[in-house]
Design a protein around this ligand. Structure first.
Ligand code: AMP
Length: 198
């Protein structure tokens, strides 16, 4: 199973992604996690990305495409993967198409979690409170200013991917405002229906 999870910050990509990787035995490829690891390790990519990420802006397409290109060469993606946070621009989606075509594979679906923007700030506030209560470090970009930038970036650069994948017949739209188990069921049923239709 090869999937892309699409949705703004706070849409539930983490929660639904966890469940999908468990259920299908696939690997999560999160460019956000990979970039945060690079920032922590102070690699050349990390040093370039650090301030951009803290502001809530997008890192350049070249950097993330190179990261995904490398990651797709690892053996653990053979059983399938879920891309979380990539692609985020049409240029990245086109690059992904080329990378997959070179490998002779294609996506099974692009799952879009559709959410009401008004609820997102509240969800992120809850996430920050829960992480603080668990004594976990808060992300540098989980603050109101960076969040506003992240939502702006999503609206202007990532939201067009919905039409991009719809035109290809890959899009599975799910109501991300529903309770977590209902979202899970909607994703499962949508994926099953797509498989049956092939
Ligand atoms: P995320 O964990 O997916 O919310 O990503 C956190 C931050 O990492 C984003 O706000 C961007 O600065 C950067 N980032 C992650 N994935 C990408 C991507 N595909 N393209 C550009 N920037 C990215």
């Amino acid at each position: 199973m090869r999937l892309v999870l699409l949705g703004p910050p706070g849409a539930g990509k983490g929660t639904q992604g966890d469940r999908l990787i468990e259920r299908h035995g696939i690997t999560r490829l999160s460019t956000g996690d990979m970039l945060r690891a690079a920032v922590k390790a102070e690699t050349p990519v990390g040093l370039k990305a650090k301030d951009i990420m803290a502001r809530g802006d997008l890192v350049s397409d070249d950097i993330v495409i190179a990261i995904i290109d490398d990651r797709l060469k690892e053996p653990d993606v053979k059983n399938g993967f879920i891309l979380d946070g990539f692609p985020r621009t049409v240029a990245q989606a086109e690059a992904l198409d080329r990378l997959l075509a070179q490998k002779g594979i294609r996506l099974d679906a692009v799952v879009e979690l559709k959410v009401d923007e008004g609820a997102l700030l509240k969800r992120i506030e809850t996430r920050i409170a829960e992480m603080t209560a668990r004594g976990e470090a808060i992300r540098a970009d989980d603050n109101p200013e960076a969040l506003k930038k992240r939502l702006d970036a999503y609206r202007s650069q990532t939201a067009p991917l919905s039409a991009y994948y719809k035109a290809k017949g890959d899009l599975l739209e799910v109501d991300g405002m529903a309770p977590i188990p209902s979202v899970e069921t909607a994703i499962d049923e949508g994926l099953k229906a797509r498989k049956a239709a092939v």
